[in-house]
Design a protein around this ligand. Structure first.
Ligand code: ATP
Ligand code: MG
Length: 281
């Protein structure tokens, strides 16, 4: 056996969602390999066309949108209200998150002009709402969540996208001693709704929150969410004095974990892929 897939062939089989075992095949010679490639490519194109038919004729929306609905329903059952805050945020709000021009995260921020940027996270908008809702709904729990696009200039590829979809939920006024338990309970609820029941919770250092409790999946651990709790040193800048817990999930990462995908690309907003299907069919 002295022939294996060329890089171009391997790339094509991967984008057609070829099974892992077929990517490792060895051949007697290049002629045998090229014939095998033609046959396998034809089969995979046929399969992917069928998947595309199912999407366009019966399912009508990609898995990421389906996932959004599942998460929204689960959060509604837990008493969380969906909110929407602006995608363009002010430099001041970014600085309230401690991200000033000297912060290590600053280089990842897409600037719109000298005073505005595309939000790299949902927390600034949610912090603002938390302040007003805590005041208006005095003494009552406050439970809100947002699902929407976030933007980061990223340098590393397979697990990072420049634009991704975040789910961030926040619950205020939890007894101080119950915050970690509440995070664990909400994590379980969301992960179950996303179709993932095997995961770990690990404490991780964070550039913005100092430490976070992360939800990770798989043997090569993939972070699907980071969770934090307050009172937190960031709260003062937003006028928050109550206790809170917050969980921030990446929807494309949840799909990677559930669908066992090595790359994030096919789950992102795209003009090359539709619901994980490469459109060069
Ligand atoms: P990582 O360490 O993997 O770069 P992070 O800790 O910087 O992620 P957080 O700020 O904790 O990310 O964001 C919350 C969640 O948003 C992450 O757990 C992940 O699921 C998702 N996420 C963050 N950055 C990206 C990205 N560039 N592309 C896709 N998903 C992302
Ligand atoms: Mg994180």
């Amino acid at each position: 056996m002295n022939s294996s897939w060329t890089e171009v062939q391997r790339h094509r089989l991967k984008e057609l969602n070829g099974p892992e075992k077929d990517l490792e095949t060895a051949f007697e010679d290049d002629l045998q390999r090229n014939r095998a490639f033609q046959k396998l490519e034809k089969q995979l194109v046929y399969q992917e066309r069928k998947r595309l038919d199912r999407l366009l004729d019966t399912r009508f929306r990609p898995l990421r949108c389906e996932l959004e609905s599942l998460l929204i329903d689960a959060l509604k059952c837990e008493g969380f209200t969906r909110v929407e805050t602006p995608t363009i945020i002010s430099q001041n709000d970014l600085e309230r998150m401690s991200i000033d021009r000297s912060h290590p995260f600053n280089d990842q921020v897409y600037r719109v002009d000298s005073k505005h940027c595309l939000r790299p996270m949902l927390a600034p908008g949610l912090y603002r709402l938390m302040k007003d809702l805590a005041r208006i709904r005095s003494g009552k729990p406050v439970r809100i969540f947002e699902i929407g696009p976030c933007f980061r200039k990223e340098t590393s590829g397979a697990r990072h996208a420049g634009e991704f979809t975040m789910l961030n939920l926040v619950e205020m006024r939890i007894q101080k001693g119950s915050r970690r338990f509440r995070i664990e309970t909400l994590a379980k609820r969301i992960m179950h709704a996303a179709g993932i029941d095997t995961y770990d919770l690990v404490d991780e250092p964070s550039e913005v929150y100092n430490t976070t409790l992360d939800i990770v999946c798989g043997s090569d651990p993939l972070e699907v969410a980071s969770c934090a709790m307050g009172p937190h040193p960031l709260d003062a800048a937003w006028g928050i004095i109550d206790t809170w817990v917050g969980l921030g999930f990446g929807l494309e990462r949840l799909l990677m974990a559930r669908e066992n995908s090595p790359g994030i690309g096919k789950w992102c907003k795209s003009v090359s892929y539709l619901d994980g299907i490469r459109l060069t069919l």
